[in-house]
Design a protein around this ligand. Sequence first.
Ligand code: ZN
Ligand code: ZN
Length: 282
Amino acid sequence: MKIVFLGTSGAVPSKERGMPAIAIHAKEWLLFDCGEGTQRQMMTYGIPYGSIKAIFLSHSHLDHTLGIYGLLKTFELSLPHIKLPVFLPEGMTLKNKNVVQTQIKEGKLYENNEFEIYAFKVKHSENSHGFIIKEKDRVKFNEQKAHSLGIKGKMFKEIEEKGFLKIGKNKIKLKEVTWIKKGRKIVYSGDTVYCKELIKASKDADILIHESTFFGEQEKEAKEFMHSSLQDAVKVAEKAKVKKLILTHISPRYAKEDELLEQAIKQFNNSIIAKDGLVIDL
Ligand SMILES: [Zn+2]
Ligand SMILES: [Zn+2]
């Protein structure tokens, strides 16, 4: 899996930070939010339009959606045959022949062979959602044990399909010779005030991408504007026991990245501040 941060500012852009957009490679490229200027950010950071297989918009605020109109126009001009799945908040519609629109409801939205995308409710504007990008769990053979019990060649397929296998008088259950490889999990908060739903969705995530519009002791301000502060993000990360916290949606009022990072690390060991062009492999 790979995450490319295309835009990491909140509300308005700055010279250093573009508007919210995150590309995540989960067997294929998926785009989460599409702020103004996302097309150019994609060019700059090497994500070709044609490689995007679905778009997910967390809520209808313009800082997260304005870029989709231009991006879809480009799709129309350069890839007219493509029907692109776009998942958007209730109340928003796109007038474009190239898209298959689905209004976001809680639960599973999309899947491919290896990954599933879920939406969960967060508290911000009406119909605001966060997303879970979950790799499917996989059954893996304990090859040594399987071989020692006489399983070989086509028998692997057979036991996988039937759930058991007979070798002579021996009945071997699939469970005896396999183990479950847990799939990786990324969670994106979208915009939200501190909420329980996000903690639940983030449980044991490998990576939590959390908005952090406010830094410092600004929990009151964060609540008032239905956003999160650094403290809120850290609380969610701790309660959900996530492995890594990435802070994004950074207000342009905070220009000194080093100071932000220092503050964040002090509170949550494995945390970083996203910046445009940041690439995370996992
Ligand atoms: Zn926003
Ligand atoms: Zn918003």
